[in-house]
Design a protein. Structure first.
Length: 369
């Protein structure tokens, strides 16, 4: 999903005030589930960017323009709102209302920070933790924002790692699990990876109250070329994680795994011919509690594993498919070609995809409770 970047003038213009909203009445939802995704319009020459709410059938409930390409969306645990983050290296996040899609003015990153595309609300919804790069310190951090005071920045916590990208709550919100990809970038060079020979990916757990390091785990040396990028929590306190091959060695390596409550990391295996289909890249990971799903937009495939054992369950083809969200019957997946597809690990090839004209869905799909 390497779409054309928005130019600087359009980006700055988007910060001028409230953004226009294209919305359908709330009744369109009909009480059904709602899923949030960043999008680009299908005009490849000059795409527009925004965030949309989808029904389970692929219907667009609202579509809200944004000042640039976004990445992940996180829904507030109790209030009818969500936050969408600018794509790394991000300069903003935006709060949206879920009843009509209306957006607040963007919240800008501090001058010495860049947002990394993901974040998480505290368990009580009072705080928002935003994954970011501390640019002068060349290290990772979580910006802390007070939701009850208009998303005012009130501090930052260290991630105790380099190149953080995703974060999820642990231990009822008392701890935060962070995927540190291990790769150094800089605003002056955009998304160029500057330290691949010395990259240092890690899975860290920090105390939410004060940022103390509770644990730090790395993959085995044979897998040191894999950057831990995306996370999904499981009911037993485990965390599924997905990696990307940042420094290919020529070996066929697992790309999805789990961090158990005891701190151990385990990569899930699959037949070599199946692993080859992922092309060394997992763009999103999700779990329904019993299974884990990982998507590869590069390979056009979504794989499924049993969460408890890591047993390979099979794969579903979805060209440029990346967005994943657990549903009551399995998963909902989206693609950069506008597809919305219900998937079941029990029958990966059974459900056809529904195409939504005019939209190219970005990497992640967020369910609203």
């Amino acid at each position: 999903m390497n779409w054309t970047a928005i130019d600087r003038r359009r980006l700055l213009a988007g910060f001028g005030g409230l953004l226009a909203v294209a919305a359908l009445p709330r009744g369109v939802r009909g009480g059904g589930p709602l899923y949030l995704s960043a999008y680009a319009t299908a005009d490849a020459g000059s795409p527009g960017y925004g965030v949309a709410a989808l029904g389970a059938d692929g219907s667009v409930v609202f579509a809200t323009p944004l000042p640039g390409r976004a990445h992940a969306v996180v829904a507030h645990p109790t209030r009818g709102e969500a936050v969408v983050f600018g794509r790394r290296p991000g300069r903003w996040f935006v709060r949206i209302r879920l009843d009509d899609g209306a957006a607040d003015a963007p919240v800008a990153a501090p001058d010495d920070r860049r947002f990394a595309g993901h974040g998480a609300f505290s368990a009580d919804g009072r705080l928002l933790y935003v994954v970011e790069d501390d640019v002068p310190g060349e290290t990772g951090a979580l910006g802390v924002y007070d939701v009850t005071d208009g998303y005012r920045r009130v501090g930052a916590l260290p991630t105790h790692g380099l190149g953080p990208h995703d974060v999820v709550l642990l231990d009822g919100g008392r701890a935060l699990a962070v995927a540190n990809g291990g790769v150094l970038t800089h605003p002056e060079t955009g998304r160029v990876k500057l330290n691949l020979d010395t990259m240092d990916s890690s899975f860290t757990v920090i105390a939410a109250a004060d940022g103390r390091l509770l644990s730090k785990t790395r993959l085995e040396p044979d897998n040191a070329n894999l950057g831990i990028r995306h996370l999904a929590g499981l009911p037993d306190g485990s965390v599924a994680f997905a990696v990307q091959d940042e420094r290919p060695t020529g070996d066929i390596q697992p790309l999805v795994g789990v961090r158990r409550p005891d701190g151990s990391l385990r990569l899930f295996d699959a037949p070599e011919e199946e692993l080859l289909r992922f092309e060394g890249y997992i763009g999103s990971v999700a779990s329904d509690g019993r299974t884990v799903a990982g998507s590869s937009p590069r390979g056009g495939v979504i794989g499924f594993w049993e969460a408890a054992t890591g047993r390979w369950l099979g794969a579903a083809p979805l060209p440029d498919g990346c967005g994943l969200a657990a549903t009551a019957g399995g998963y909902l997946a989206t693609s950069g070609f506008g597809a919305v597809a219900p998937l079941s690990p029990a029958a990966p090839d059974a459900a056809p995809a529904h195409a939504v004209a005019g939209f190219r869905w970005d990497n992640h799909l967020t369910p609203v409770a």
